[in-house]
Design a binder for this molecule. Structure first.
Ligand code: K7E
Ligand code: RUQ
Ligand code: CUA
Length: 646
């Protein structure tokens, strides 16, 4: 297989480098103008924002399409020394959990907010896979403004997926664990003691604030991915599952021994109704809810523990299982909401289910059995049809809004385009190499912009100049506007992209916050001008109220600090202009710098452990006198009584 791909790669390179003669065949025509299709001239803007998960780097990156240029890294679940995320006192609470500060996570999936199943691009949600969390990024500031921990969960992979008006984002458990605040039980007691849960997190219409609305108990399957229904299937959610054998070790008992696992269909409107009728049980497990306050420029973290739980075993009309061949990974719903696509990683076909048929099968009680009392529908009665010989290792499917689906094939390293109605394979293109997710702008919504498709590949090998054993992951951009898909561009990515979404730049580019008005800065230690810059001692705490403006710090000479004091540098950036941050770093401090946006206040805490003179300086080149933006702090011995001077 590899050999064939290598040959293909060679052929493409040859075409791309062919001298500028008039192209004859379709292949050379498109390869010939590939460069102009992705060329965004200096000073011009890209057509789409592409929000890309960073996988094990825990962050999101913002990429322009079609150029593939990285515009920003948004720190989410991992500390980011570049702008003090997780190092400033204001941002530390964002990474708090019920078990303390957790400065890293594994971010797999992006969900962009929608209204009427179309992107409104107000917020980008992302999941923390390891310490179960969901984050919300405000797309006017590209800042993480909320992180909600998910209780009764471990391995928050099936998350966050979003309903058509952003009523809810959901979080399904990859790993089941004992519910409540976890317990010491034998692993062998998996079936009795371990539980899966599906969390429904409501999103406030106006402010975006998340709240754990309710949890559904679920069997201890591994929930992998999910998609909400939309339009006609609005009110339903579809989750892929594996390990429905409920094995706790996948070594001897192969999790894939079963011929079919399931897509779990959840009638969330029904569940919501039961909650309204008071059928939820009150349960407890601790979780953190962290919110960034735009007025004070500070985060607060609250530990909560109340949960409303619904048991679908008792309320039998919430959950239905649709058999799906061999370890489905992705499950996706098409733009009309009629078709549900399952991607069995080890299956030789792609099953396409019909929502209409599913409702009929439920009505006719066309069941082949039950799991814990919850009905298993008959495969044939829900099936629209199977895509035959699609390729090997189907993972994820996106849509172009013209009736076509595009499925990534991990094992055969290709993207396959097929027609949803006729199930005919229409086209296939190789990816370099081993594609995971793929993405079409608006692809998961009711309104895809079927112009480009991006493949996010798991293996890079020889695609770029080599950089030792560790290589950047690789994305590839294809033109899908014609009948045949055409590779236009390779570009390296930040971290490991899993899912990504993209939307037209016009949705948000004029809404960007350029700076924060100083008069609205309600940080308790903010300064509104240079006059109050000062140093104050409160017991063993020393508060430095510092200002920055091109290009100096006030105060810039500080004395009276002792070894063991807690020194807080509260730095207010007085600039009121776009793109004039100042940085603050001090020698000796075992922390990162601050990067303070115009109109904002940020705080660096340092406990000096030795006497001496410690210079500080601005880290961001801000004016011709940037290099002069500096100062000194003197640290005197513990137990001495130096006078505060500034
Ligand atoms: Cu397929 Cu975590 Cu969405 Cu990666 S998962 S590829
Ligand atoms: S200084 S421009 Cu270190 Cu030349 Cu940066
Ligand atoms: Cu301020 Cu450089």
């Amino acid at each position: 297989m590899k050999t064939r791909l290598w040959l293909l790669a060679g052929a493409m390179v040859a075409i791309a480098f062919a001298p500028g003669c008039k192209p004859k065949g379709a292949q050379s025509a498109l390869s010939g103008d590939a460069a102009s299709k992705v060329y965004v001239a200096p000073g011009e803007h890209d057509e789409f924002y592409n929000i890309v998960s960073g996988g094990f780097n825990g962050q999101m990156s913002v990429v322009g399409l079609p150029s593939g240029r990285v515009l920003k890294i948004v720190p989410v679940f991992s500390v980011h020394p570049e702008n003090g995320w997780g190092f400033s006192e204001e941002s530390k609470p964002m990474l708090n959990t019920a078990h303390g500060f957790v400065p890293w996570d594994d971010l797999h999936h992006i969900a962009i907010s929608t209204t009427n199943a179309e992107h409104d691009a107000r917020w980008a949600f992302g999941n923390g896979n390891n310490t179960p969390r969901i984050a919300r990024v405000d797309l006017t500031t590209f800042k993480t403004v909320e992180i909600l921990e998910i209780p009764n969960s471990a391995g928050n992979h099936s998350s966050p997926f979003i309903t058509e008006n952003t009523e809810y984002v959901v979080a399904g458990t990859r790993f089941s664990v004992p519910t409540g605040d976890n317990r010491d039980v034998p692993i062998e007691t998996y079936k009795e003691n371990f539980k899966g849960t599906i969390s429904f997190i409501s999103v406030d219409k106006d402010h975006g604030t998340m709240d754990l609305a309710f949890q559904l108990e679920a069997p201890p399957f591994n929930f992998d991915l999910a998609r909400a229904g939309k339009k006609k299937s609005h009110g339903w959610f579809f989750f892929s599952t594996y390990n429905t054998e409920m094995a706790h070790t996948l070594l001897e008992v192969n999790a894939s021994q079963k011929d079919k696992d399931f897509i779990m269909a959840v009638n969330w409107k029904k569940a919501e109704q039961y909650i309204k009728e008071g059928k939820g049980k009150k349960t407890k497990a601790k979780y953190a809810h962290n919110i960034w306050d735009e007025n004070t420029h500070m985060a607060t973290s609250t530990i909560k523990e109340d949960i409303l739980t619904l048991d679908p075993k008792e309320l039998k009309d919430i959950i239905y299982f649709i058999p799906c061949p061999k370890s489905p990974h992705g499950t996706d719903t098409d733009p009309t909401g009629e078709y549900i696509i399952g991607s069995g990683k080890l299956a030789a076909i792609i099953p396409v289910f019909s929502f209409t048929k599913m409702l009929k099968a439920i009505e006719n009680q066309d069941f082949e059995g039950t799991i814990d009392g919850m009905p298993v529908l008959k495969y044939e009665s829900v099936l629209h049809g199977e895509v035959e010989k699609p390729g090997l290792g189907p993972l994820h499917t996106e849509f172009d809004g013209r009736g076509n689906a595009y499925t990534s094939m991990f094992v055969s390293s290709e993207v396959v385009k097929w027609n949803i109605e006729t199930l005919q394979v229409l086209d296939r293109v190789p990816t370099y190499y081993s594609v995971g997710h793929l993405m079409i702008p608006g692809g998961p919504t009711g309104k895809p912009h079927g112009k480009y498709m991006v493949a996010y590949n798991k293996i890079t090998k020889d695609r770029y100049l080599p950089t030792g054993p560790e290589l950047a992951h690789s994305a590839q951009l294809y033109d899908i506007s014609g009948d045949k898909m055409q590779l236009l561009l390779d570009f390296p990515t930040i971290g490991e992209p899993h899912y990504a979404e993209a939307f037209p730049a016009s949705l948000i580019k004029d809404k960007q916050v350029k700076f924060y008005p100083l008069e609205k800065n309600n940080h308790p230690r903010a300064l509104k001008g240079i006059n109050n810059a000062r140093v104050e001692r409160e017991g063993n705490k020393v508060h430095v109220y510092m200002t920055t403006i091109r290009s100096n710090f006030r105060p810039d000479n500080i004395e009276g600090v002792r070894v063991g004091d807690e020194v807080y540098f509260h730095v207010t950036n007085l600039e009121q202009d776009w793109d004039v941050p100042h940085g603050f770093a001090i020698k000796g401090a075992n922390t990162a710098e601050l990067l303070v946006m115009p109109g904002e206040t940020a705080t660096l805490k340092w406990v000096p452990d030795r006497v001496g003179i410690f210079p500080f300086y601005c880290t961001d080149f801000c004016s011709a006198l940037h290099q002069e933006m500096q100062g000194y702090l003197r640290v005197s011995p513990a137990g001495s009584n130096p006078e505060i001077k500034f």
